[in-house]
Design a protein. Structure first.
Length: 71
């Protein structure tokens, strides 16, 4: 059976290990991050460190409570 040689990048990874990932910093908060969040237009508005994810129903309830005159 004939052996097929590995691609050059595979041999390089076996010899030297995988390439180091570049450190990415959030353009909004400046912190090191793994994920960047963008809107539908592609405009970045934060990362996993500076964006808070909230349940939509909880958010609506909090908004309604804040708008109440006695609230």
């Amino acid at each position: 059976m004939e052996q097929i040689a590995d691609a050059p990048y595979i041999r390089e990874a076996e010899t030297y290990g995988p390439p180091e990932a570049e450190t990415v910093y959030c353009p909004v908060c400046g912190e090191e991050c793994l994920e960047i969040y963008a809107d539908m237009n592609g405009d970045v508005f934060g990362c996993e460190r500076c964006i808070m994810i909230q349940d939509a129903n909880e958010w609506l309830e909090e908004k309604r409570e804040a708008e109440r005159p006695d609230g």
